[in-house]
Design a protein. Sequence first.
Length: 104
Amino acid sequence: MFGDFDINSLMQQAQQLQADLERAQEELASKTFTATAGGELVSVELNGKGDIESLTIQPDAMDPDDPETLAALIIAAYRSAKSQVDSAAAEAMPAMPPMPGLGS
């Protein structure tokens, strides 16, 4: 009915993929990603999970008459750092092994 399908091999591959995924997630979580905006007026550091670890705002960025620009700089720096996290996460994902009997 299933041809050359080997459930034991499939389970071993699934377990290996799970272990590889967990290892990749742990490695990614231990990394930090930093981005700046506005000529380094704002700096954001994220961990590998995408959580903010630190935010640095230079005094020159704080104009009480223009809070919108500061907000935009913070958002831009965060988005840039988050993009780095997302790229690293995509690269860290283990490749799917060929699944015998399920097509490749």
